[in-house]
Every structure is written in structure tokens, then in C-alpha cells.
Design a binder for this molecule. Structure first.
Ligand SMILES: Nc1nc2c(c(=O)[nH]1)N[C@H]1C(S)=C(S)[C@@H](COP(=O)(O)OP(=O)(O)OC[C@H]3O[C@@H](n4cnc5c(=O)[nH]c(N)nc54)[C@H](O)[C@@H]3O)O[C@H]1N2
Ligand SMILES: Nc1nc2c(c(=O)[nH]1)N[C@H]1C(S)=C(S)[C@@H](COP(=O)(O)OP(=O)(O)OC[C@H]3O[C@@H](n4cnc5c(=O)[nH]c(N)nc54)[C@H](O)[C@@H]3O)O[C@H]1N2
Ligand SMILES: [Mo]
Length: 763
């Protein structure tokens, strides 16, 4: 690794920086020239769907419908590097535990099924049949309620449907997925507010919107293809009003790296027209202020007989709870709202004025809203604002949660959920002739609690790197090792393989980009994007090794080894022809997946009906609900704060996909060669007595009896609100107490963690 360097990045998002970063990774992963040809197939109706983010795939894709980070994801999966039996013979698990996340994954693709051998402390190759026989034996001996079946949001609709069915036939609803750590406050919050658990917009809405509100989503790094519709909107002079504690480059300006003219002329598009550096956790206060300003303007308009600011007809016909919500906003005084949001009244009123002028508004958001103690309330507060001017359920307007993993939303649609009321249990009972379990299963936080208290004894993982992604990492790793069985279906080596149960298996699978040949020929799979469109995806490259298997095959073999046979569930026929799995999905969900087989390759995908988009409110009141938040305090349950305590945001760099670390640069934020950093505000630095470049240690000031700390972070003086600091996920996860989660959705609150900052002893 080169010496770390910290210097502000002056370029736009995209642009030449993006082009050179991409060339670098193709070279490093030793991908021959065909890598470039491969990228032409990315996100095309006849090609494969990107394994990176879930952003929409347009009807008319660009010649290169991929971004810097999507291309990195492809290169990372299609690397020619391998970790086979030789590698595992040469390294003990104890030794590998000392490696970084980067080093583990960078060694290459897993090629053989492996079993942990406690005597040699190594993973050793095992035959597939032997692996399933033992896993099946172990699972049959365990109480199904003590087994967790986790899924990371990448696996296809086909695999996910089979996996959820397997868990229920085995006897539990313990189906947490990565969504529990991500957009669960969206699922819970939108359901209660508007009766649909997902966003209400489609890509075309970006073409007719008049204003985009952008809360806590780092588009330049995490959904870069979305910069294209944003750039188009800006060319139509659509204002973009952004709320983000950091001045993220992708939200400031963009050069389309795929436009030769823009590249040569170095022309840039300004993205945000207003940029509000709200305090972490301050969005509820900021939006309350916007609503307060709108109520005041509306009252004034009514008195003087000008056109109303609020959509009175919509509010009357379609909503519930308006009076209580108005009273709540009017009660809050500006001083309190300014203190909690970190924004001035003028700034909030400017945002409200832009909103009040626009005919059709999109509310876009990401982890900056959801990963908080009050994440669900923050999502609902954005809905309240949208309802005031009828901005749900008409063209150019609506809610647009930007999803993370490429099929995270789809996994929920096909039954990966711990909440039995969200799964079609009666339909499954009829279709397959078994009695599905009816009691609630474990979500991510509850699964962790069960692992800590010993009630969870086995953990199956369909992708992902759970041990590294969850909070309280150090405490959780210790508890993890007490489990009886851990099974990981994976493409690359990660820390979750090394913190293993007594019996542990790694089952290597094909990636989405590889050709998946089964009895009836090469197979396609399908997934759902952020805007509820289903797309087909076909692998195009040669499989990584003759010993790896597809995810559907692995899930089918797991099920066959564990369950009594049931003639109605034809695992082998499904694996032989995935179209039959899609038929089964359509039988379970006839309206949602109508003609999936026929339409999955339609340009733009098959759109799932969203009732709220049609102004059908499937809520308890039958209306869209204004929901009053409980309070403005982000961390009501942390002890009193001293002058050395700041609220920490854990962030993604431009060089990672979740726990997958592609490299040590965060170009847009000016960090090169290191991830052990802490962004701090100059005033806080002076008060605490640390200088730029010095080293600090962080600890969590909770009084629950556990010591939590991360040491040795280099301070970077940064444009960040006073009282906040920022650093990288997953390295800082040991600081998040397991109980520090959204009160309603239980999503770990990774964006405002109170931490004590202390100068490192040696600094
Ligand atoms: N390249 C790449 N792409 C990815 C991923 C990746 O790791 N790398 N991960 C994927 C996944 S699973 C997900 S969920 C998404 C995540 O994508 P994002 O939703 O963008 O998540 P984060 O990177 O965590 O960044 C959150 C943003 O919110 C801001 N923020 C933090 N706290 C607050 C707050 O209190 N209020 C407001 N208004 N803003 C705040 C931060 O400054 C940051 O810009 O991206 C997906 N796409
Ligand atoms: N502090 C903090 N913690 C967070 C977050 C945060 O912002 N801050 N974000 C949270 C969010 S939004 C999320 S989504 C979670 C992410 O949590 P996860 O989804 O569990 O983690 P990933 O890092 O995406 O998983 C990476 C691993 O997936 C495996 N993999 C890759 N491709 C495939 C494939 O095609 N098939 C299979 N079977 N395996 C594959 C590889 O082995 C790789 O090592 O982390 C959460 N944790
Ligand atoms: Mo996510």
C-alpha cells in the first residue's frame, strides 16, 4: 500500500478520475481485454444485471450502461485469481483472522467446497455430497427455531424463493436479510404511512419532475448510474435540494465519463441547487421546519385570498391525521428546530419555498435517513412533507428510496422475511401441502441477540458477510464461535468464514455473470430493481471452476438433504430449468409476477403494481397517514454528553461495496491509501485538543457494562457539522452497541453513534 495521502479532490464525480480508477482495477484483477467487451453486456436486456447497486435499468440503455463502481464489481467477481485447496493448506484460520477484509477477498474466487477441520485449524476440501449429508444431519438434529437462514440482497428471485420455502418447510420464519440493516425503516415506515412498503416512483418520473429533494444518499459512489437522470433533470433546470452533513462530490457536480464531448471539454453539471449540511439525525427537525414554513405560507395565502400552498383537495380526500400533524409543527419553535437540525431558519425556509413552488416533487433518500434510532420516523416525516402538496401517486412525484443490493427488494417480494404476515403462507400451504410456521421469525438484531444468549445454534448464509456487517462486531464474534453449525454460500473469502461454528462449511457458488448450465441448457435468473421493475439476467462468462455450483442447485441440495421428500416440491426439476421456478413463483404470487417468464427481458423490465402509486392506500385507516414523530432527540437513551463526545456517521468510501474493500482510496473525499481515518470539524478538534494528522482513539460512552473501542484513527479536518464525525464502515462497527437500533424497524443505527474522541497516547 502506498503512503496515505489526504488532499482535497477538485474534480467532478465521474469524469477522468472515474475512467482511470476503472482501468486500474481491470489491470489489478488481471482481467484480459475481454473485460472491456464484457462491460458492454452490463445492464442490457440481453446481458447480465450489475451485481453492484439496485438502481433502475432504463428502457433504452446507453451504449455503456455501467458506472465506475458497477465495473469494479464486475472486475472483482470476474477476477482470474483463485483461492483453492492449496491456499487453505498454506494458511490456518487463526492466521487468516489477522488479514484485512481487502486481503481476504482480493486473493480471488473460492473454487471448492470446504469444511473446517478443528485439528489442523484449516479449511479442507470436501465432496459436495458429503457436505450436504453432514449439514442435513446437523439440521435435522437441531430445533428449527434455533436455526437462522440469512440472505444478503444479491441472490436472484429464483434462489431467494427456494431459500425461503426451504426455511419454512424446515420449520422457521428466521429469514432476516440485509434489508434489516438497510431499508427496513422504509418497509415499516412507508407501509404505515401510505400502505405500500416500497417506493412509488419509476425512472420516467425523473423526466417529468419539477424538483428533487435528496436526503442522505451518496449517489456519486453508491448509485452512480442515477447521476444520468439527475444530470438530465438539471439540464431541464429542475432544482435539486440536498440535505447531507457532508458535501458529497456526486451531489455537487458531475461529468458524464461516457460522453466524449463532456470529457474533452471538461464540462460539468452542477447537481444540487441548494445544499443543506444538516446535522446527523437532524432531518426530522429540518423537515418539521419545512412543514412549519409551508403551513405559515398557506395560512397567509388563505387570509389574503391567494392560491393555496397546500393541496387541500388531496389532503381532504386522501389523508388522515392532518390536524394533529399541523398542530405538532406549529408547536415546535424555530430555536429548537435550528438546534436539532443544525440549519438556520432561513435555510430551512429556502428549502420550503422551493418545495412550495414545484408542481411535482420526488423525495429521494438513502441510509442517511434510515440508519438512525428514529429512522422509521425520519422516513415518515419525509412522507408527511410529500403529502402536504399531494406529491404521492402522480407523474413526476413520489417517494424514491434508493435500495442497496441489486435484488434486496426482490428478496422480500418472494418471501424472504421474518414477518409471517408479509409472506403468503396460505398460498404456500396449498401449493406445497405443508403447514408453514406462523410465528414471527428473527430479524438481524434478534438473530444477534439469540447468538449472544445461546438460543441460536446454527447460521446459514446465502451470500453476504454477516459477521462483519453487523454492529458490536467484537462482542458478536466471541458469541458466534459458540454456535454448533455455520454454513456460508459465497463467492469470495471473508471474515464470516473465519469466525466459524463448531461444524463449518464454505459452499462456493457461481456469480451472476457466469454461464449457469443446467439440464435444459444455460439458465437465466431475475431480480427487482429499486423502482420495482423485474429484469432477467443471463451469465456470459465461463464458470470460475468445475467444482462451483449455482445458488439454486446449492439451495435445492440443502433442502433435499434436510427435509422429508414432498412430491409437490420438485427441487430437481426446478434446478434443471429455472423457468419452472418462475412458474412456481407466479403460482404463489399471480398478480405481482404475471407472465414473469414471458416478460422478464422486456426493455425496462416488468413493473410490479404499487397500490400507493395509484393512490390506493392499503393502511389501517384506508388513507395516507400523517404521522407525528415522538421527539426530535436522536439518542434519547445515551448518557449525558460531555465536550469530547461526538455523533459518528459510519460511511462507505468510493472504493468499497459494503464489506468488500476494493482499495484504500476515497477519491471524492480526498483520502488516498488509508481507511483508518476520522473526519472532524475544526471547532470540535480545537475543543478536544487534536490537530489534523494526529491519531485518536474512539470509545462508546454507554453504561451497559461493555467496553467498545477502535484505536488509531488519523484525524482529517473536514467540512462536517460541529458535533458530528465520520469514518468508515465496517472498521468502526465494534463501536455500535447491538441495542443502538431504530426503535421500530430494528435497523442498526449506524449514522449517529455517540463516541468519545481521545487523543491516542502515542500521538
Ligand atoms: N459502490 C458502492 N455502491 C453501493 C454500496 C457500496 O458499498 N459501494 N452499497 C450498496 C448498499 S447495500 C446500500 S444500502 C447503498 C448505500 O448507499 P447510501 O444510502 O448512499 O449509504 P451511505 O454510503 O452509508 O451514505 C449515506 C449518506 O448519507 C449521509 N448521511 C449520514 N448521516 C446522515 C443524516 O443524518 N442525514 C442526512 N440527510 N444524511 C446523512 C452521508 O454523508 C452519506 O452521504 O449503496 C449500495 N451501492
Ligand atoms: N456501520 C455500518 N454497518 C453497516 C452499514 C453501514 O452503513 N454502516 N450498512 C449496512 C447495509 S446497508 C448492508 S446492506 C449490510 C451488508 O451486509 P452483507 O450483504 O451481509 O455484506 P456484503 O459486504 O454485501 O457481502 C459481501 C460478501 O458476499 C459474497 N458474495 C458476493 N457475491 C456473491 C454472490 O453472487 N453469491 C453469493 N452467495 N455470495 C456472494 C462474497 O463472499 C462477499 O465477501 O451491511 C450493513 N452494515
Ligand atoms: Mo444495504
Amino acid at each position: 500500500m502506498a503512503d496515505p495521502k489526504i488532499e482535497p479532490y477538485t474534480g467532478p464525480a465521474g469524469g477522468w478520475g472515474s475512467a482511470s480508477s476503472l482501468a486500474e482495477i481491470l489491470l489489478r484483477e488481471e482481467i484480459p481485454v475481454s473485460g472491456a467487451a464484457l462491460l458492454l453486456k452490463q445492464n442490457k436486456p440481453d446481458g447480465f444485471m450489475c451485481t453492484s447497486c439496485a438502481w433502475s435499468k432504463p428502457k433504452k440503455p446507453a451504449a455503456f450502461e455501467y458506472c465506475e463502481n458497477g465495473a469494479k464489481a464486475t472486475a472483482w467477481e470476474q477476477t482470474t485469481k483463485r483461492v483453492g485447496p492449496d491456499f487453505f493448506a498454506a494458511h490456518t484460520v487463526t492466521e487468516l483472522l489477522g488479514w484485512t477484509d481487502y486481503a481476504l477477498e482480493e486473493k480471488g474466487r473460492l473454487t471448492h467446497p470446504l469444511r473446517y477441520d478443528p485439528v489442523s485449524d484449516r479449511y479442507v476440501p470436501v465432496e459436495w455430497a458429503e457436505a450436504f449429508a453432514e449439514i442435513g444431519r446437523e439440521l435435522r438434529a437441531l430445533d428449527p427455531k434455533s436455526v437462522v437462514c440469512y440472505a444478503s440482497g444479491r441472490a436472484s428471485l429464483e434462489t431467494s424463493y427456494m431459500y425461503a420455502l426451504f426455511a419454512r418447510m424446515y420449520g422457521n420464519n428466521n429469514l432476516p436479510d440485509s434489508s434489516n440493516m438497510c431499508h427496513e425503516p422504509t418497509s415499516v415506515g412507508l407501509k404505515a404511512s401510505i400502505g405500500s412498503a416500497v417506493g412509488t416512483t419509476v425512472l420516467e418520473d425523473f423526466e417529468s419532475t419539477d424538483l428533487i429533494l435528496f436526503f442522505g444518499q451518496n449517489v456519486g459512489s453508491n448509485a452512480p448510474r442515477m447521476l444520468h437522470p439527475l444530470q438530465d433533470a438539471r439540464k431541464r433546470r429542475v432544482p435539486i435540494v440536498t440535505f447531507n452533513p457532508l458535501r458529497e462530490r456526486g451531489l455537487e457536480r458531475f461529468t458524464n465519463p461516457q460522453s466524449p464531448v463532456e470529457m474533452v471539454t471538461r464540462s460539468e453539471t452542477q447537481i444540487s441547487t441548494q445544499y443543506h449540511q444538516v446535522k446527523a439525525g437532524g432531518d426530522i427537525a429540518a423537515i418539521t421546519g419545512m412543514c412549519k414554513a409551508l403551513f405559515a405560507a398557506d395560512d397567509e395565502a388563505r387570509v389574503v385570498g391567494r392560491p393555496r400552498i397546500l393541496d387541500v383537495a388531496f389532503i381532504e380526500e386522501h389523508t388522515h391525521g392532518y390536524d394533529a400533524f399541523k398542530a405538532y409543527c406549529e408547536r415546535k419553535d424555530w430555536g429548537t428546530l435550528e438546534a436539532h437540525s443544525g440549519l438556520t431558519r432561513d435555510a430551512i425556509e429556502a428549502a420550503a419555498a422551493a418545495y412550495g413552488r414545484a408542481r411535482a416533487v420526488l423525495g429521494v433518500y438513502g441510509m442517511g435517513l434510515t440508519q438512525h434510532r428514529k429512522g422509521t420516523e425520519a422516513v415518515q416525516m419525509l412522507v408527511n412533507l410529500m403529502l402536504l402538496r399531494g406529491n404521492v401517486g402522480r407523474p413526476g412525484a413520489g417517494l424514491c428510496p434508493v435500495r442497496g443490493h441489486s435484488n434486496v427488494q426482490g428478496q422480500r417480494t418472494v418471501g424472504i422475511t421474518e414477518k409471517p404476515e408479509l409472506a403468503p403462507l396460505d398460498a404456500l400451504a396449498t401449493q406445497y401441502g405443508f403447514e408453514p410456521p406462523r410465528e414471527k421469525g428473527l430479524n438481524t438484531v434478534e438473530a444477534c441477540e439469540g447468538i449472544v444468549d445461546g438460543s441460536v445454534k446454527a447460521f446459514l448464509s446465502l451470500g453476504g458477510n454477516f459477521v462483519r456487517a453487523i454492529p458490536d462486531t467484537v462482542r458478536m464474534e466471541e458469541a458466534w464461535r459458540r454456535m454448533r453449525l455455520t454454513v456460508q454460500i459465497s463467492t469470495k473469502l471473508n471474515r464470516s468464514h473465519l469466525v466459524n461454528g463448531k461444524v463449518a462449511y464454505i459452499l462456493p457458488c457461481l456469480g451472476r455473470i457466469e454461464i449457469d448450465a443446467q439440464a435444459s441448457g444455460p439458465q437465466a435468473v431475475s431480480m427487482e430493481d429499486s423502482t420495482s421493475c423485474f429484469h432477467g439476467s443471463r451469465g456470459v462468462t465461463k464458470p470460475v471452476s468445475a467444482h462451483v455450483r449455482s445458488e439454486p442447485w446449492i439451495v435445492a441440495e440443502l433442502a433435499k438433504a434436510t427435509l422429508a421428500s414432498n412430491p409437490k416440491v420438485t427441487w430437481d426439476a426446478w434446478v434443471g430449468d429455472y423457468a419452472k421456478i418462475r412458474d412456481a413463483i407466479e403460482t404463489t404470487y399471480p398478480t405481482v409476477f404475471h407472465d414473469l417468464n414471458g416478460r422478464m427481458f422486456d426493455p425496462g423490465g416488468l413493473h410490479k403494481p404499487i397500490p400507493a402509486r395509484e393512490r390506493k392506500w392499503e393502511t389501517e385507516t384506508g388513507k395516507a397517514n400523517f404521522i407525528v414523530p415522538e421527539g426530535l432527540d436522536e439518542n434519547p437513551d445515551m448518557p449525558a454528553r460531555g465536550p469530547d463526545i461526538l455523533d459518528l456517521m459510519t460511511l462507505r468510501s468510493n472504493d468499497q461495496f459494503n464489506t468488500t474493500i476494493y482499495g484504500y482510496d476515497d477519491r471524492f473525499r480526498g483520502v488516498k491509501g488509508t481507511r483508518a481515518i476520522l473526519f472532524m470539524n475544526a471547532g470540535d478538534m480545537a475543543r478536544i485538543g487534536v490537530k489534523d494528522g494526529e491519531t485518536v482513539d474512539l470509545s462508546t460512552p454507554s453504561d451497559d457494562g461493555f467496553e467498545r473501542s477502535v484505536k488509531g484513527l488519523r484525524v482529517i479536518q473536514y467540512d462536517i457539522p460541529p458535533g458530528n464525525c465520520g469514518g468508515y464502515y465496517p472498521e468502526l462497527n465494534p463501536l455500535i452497541p447491538l441495542w443502538h437500533h431504530d426503535e421500530q424497524a430494528k435497523t442498526p443505527a449506524a449514522k449517529a453513534i455517540p463516541v468519545r474522541v481521545a487523543r491516542a497516547a502515542a500521538s
